[in-house]
Design a protein around this ligand. Structure first.
Ligand SMILES: CCCCCCCC/C=C\CCCCCCCC(=O)SCCNC(=O)CCNC(=O)[C@H](O)C(C)(C)COP(=O)(O)OP(=O)(O)OC[C@H]1O[C@@H](n2cnc3c(N)ncnc32)[C@H](O)[C@@H]1OP(=O)(O)O
Ligand SMILES: CCCCCCCCCCCCCC(=O)OC[C@@H](O)COP(=O)(O)O
Length: 276
């Protein structure tokens, strides 16, 4: 009989706690689901606008997409504090590199996206319904990350297009989303691209989302994201053999800014030793 009483007490004590857990997980997933639905809906609205204004796949559509996406931050209670926007004022093309934490990054990307800028994305995004279609219309460049040989040759072709069409290209050098509160080691494609196109690199850093968005804790509330556009890095004097050093330098510079913006103490690491 005592066992039943003990069980009853345990349920009374743990019940509300368990319910709270279930409902916070539910809330989190519901919010993410609503984010995807909103992306799909806004894309479906943006597609005809893009087609009517610009006819087909062109970077000019990015201005329309940007205007749509910029409204989304109000729905999720996000604010952006941006510094260094003047660093985007370069003559001609450049490679922009930034850290990538979550699908929410699309809002941060569009918040500061300069004109004539396309992004490199995994090819799977092309099949995400109306989102895929709108990214296609905006001129997003798709790569197959599983076939890195093909990915490299696609990025080689992009170098030529950058100079021919005066394009800026946005790359997430971590190569995947990462919500760990640190940066993943950088892949080298963005740096090869800058060297091949002979254009400067502009790093952009977003502060950590972990205080308001954390998958593991099912946390997704409103918050402020600090963004810093860093001064351009001139690569005109560099050669192929300098790529590893350049990657390391960008990684360290951005990681330092990432920790500062996130209000966390900085501990240096070597990018090569942090490879998984
Ligand atoms: C209207 C409402 C709408 C609402 C909806 C919103 C819509 C918004 C619209 C529009 C926004 C769209 C936004 C999309 C965002 C999507 C984000 C993503 O999808 S992130 C995933 C894809 N991105 C990447 O993966 C980064 C790029 N990746 C790279 O650059 C890699 O480097 C890659 C794939 C080219 C190769 O990756 P490896 O895994 O092989 O690793 P490695 O270390 O870089 O390379 C291995 C060796 O190959 C050499 N290598 C790399 N690239 C080379 C190259 N181009 N040429 C020669 N050698 C190269 C390297 O030097 C390295 O060699 P040694 O170890 O140093 O000897
Ligand atoms: C067919 C219905 C699909 C509906 C999906 C709608 C979702 C909209 C999301 C907006 C664009 C997000 C782009 C993005 O952030 O992609 C993730 C990749 O960067 C990295 O991929 P991963 O971390 O390696 O999986």
């Amino acid at each position: 009989m005592d066992v039943w009483w003990a069980l009853l007490y345990a349920m009374l004590l743990l019940g509300p706690f368990l319910l709270m857990q279930v409902s916070s997980t539910f809330k989190f997933h519901f919010k993410i689901f609503s984010y995807c639905i909103l992306c799909l809906t806004l894309s479906a609205l943006a597609v005809p606008v893009c087609l009517l204004r610009n006819g087909g796949r062109t970077v000019d559509n990015m201005r329309i997409i940007r205007a749509f996406v910029r409204t989304m931050k109000y729905v999720y209670g996000l604010r952006f504090q941006v510094k260094g926007l003047e660093n985007f004022e370069v003559d001609g093309p450049c490679v922009i590199i930034s850290n990538h934490q979550s699908i929410l990054d699309m809002m941060g990307l569009m918040e500061i996206l300069p004109d004539r800028c396309v992004q490199i994305a995994k090819k799977e995004l092309m099949f995400a319904g109306s989102v895929g279609l709108v990214t296609y219309l905006g001129g997003v460049i798709y790569i197959n990350r599983k076939r890195t040989h093909d990915a490299k040759s696609i990025m080689g072709g992009v170098a030529q297009a950058m100079t021919d069409d005066n394009l800026k290209v946005w790359v997430y050098p971590e190569g995947t989303r990462n919500n760990s509160g640190d940066l993943l080691p950088f892949k080298k494609g963005a740096f090869h691209l800058a060297l091949q196109a002979k254009v400067p690199i502009i790093p952009v850093v977003y502060s950590s989302f972990t205080s308001f968005y954390d998958k593991k804790k099912s946390l997704f509330t409103g918050g402020t994201i600090k963004v810093e556009v860093l001064p351009k890095i001139d690569i005109s004097e560099l050669q192929e053999e300098d790529i590893a050093g350049l990657t390391e330098r960008c990684f360290n510079d951005m990681r330092q800014v990432f920790f500062r913006l996130s209000g966390k103490p900085y501990t240096p690491i070597k990018q090569s030793s942090s490879r998984q």
